[in-house]
Design a protein around this ligand. Sequence first.
Ligand code: PEP
Length: 262
Amino acid sequence: MTGRPLIYAANWKMNHGPAAAAAFAERFLGLTAPAPDRSLWFFPPAVSMAAVSQAVRSRPDIRVGAQNVHWEPKGAFTGEISIPMVREAGAAVVLVGHSERRHLFGETDEQVARKTSAVLKAGLAPLVCVGETLAEREGGRTEPVIIRQLEPLLDKVPADEWARIVVAYEPVWAIGTGKNATPDDAAQVHELIRFAVGRRGVPGRVPILYGGSVTAANIGEFLAEPSIDGALVGGASLKPDEMAGIVGRAGVTAAARLAATA
Ligand code: PEP
C-alpha cells in the first residue's frame, strides 16, 4: 500500500475535437468532485488541450496532458508539437511511448527515452508506457521486452531524476480489445518494473498504472492489488459517465487503501 493518491489517466487518442472535449468536461465536472485520494489526468488530442484546460481551470485535482511531443523545443519538424507549445496550451503532463506510438508510428525505445528526458527537463511530468505484444507474452518474452523498453530510459534519465516519472504497464494485447491482464499478471509485471528500476538505483517507489480495457466494472479488481497505483484508460474514458464511474469506484477503493495504511 502506498498511502499516496491514485492516478486516473484518460487517453482520448484521436477522439473529441475542441467542442466535444468542452462538452465532455462540462458533463464530467458535474458528475465528480475533487477528492484528496486521487488525481485525474486527461490526454485530449492536441487541438483540444486548450479547451479542456480552460474548462477544468477550477479543478486542481485535474491535470491536462499531451498524447505526444517532440524532444526538440522548436524547428523544422513538420507535424510535430514541442513541449513549450503543449505547456502553453495548459499541459502539465505528457504521455510518452504509448503502444500506438511505438507500434503504428515506429517510435523506438531510444526516442521514448529522449522524449521522457526532454519532458522532465521542461518541468512537466511524463507518463511512460511499456508493455508486451501477444506474441511476446505467448513466447515467454514479457520480461526481456519490458527490460529492453526500460533500459534506454534508465541510461538517459539519472536515477535521482525519476521522482516525477509515472510508468503505465499496458500489455498491447489488452488495449482496446476488451481482454484484460489479470490483476495478478499485472502485479507481477509491476513488481518486475520496480525491480528493474530499483537495481539501477532509482530511489523510492515509482508509481505504476495499469492500462488495458479498464472499465467501471473491472477497475475495483485492479485497485485491490497494492502494486497498482491507478489506471490508464482509453475507450472507456471517452464517455463522461463511464469515466466518472471509474473514478467514483476508484475513490472508494483509494479511500480504503489510505485507511488501511493509516
Ligand atoms: C490506452 O489507450 O492506453 C488504453 C488502455 O486503451 P483501452 O482502455 O481502450 O484498452
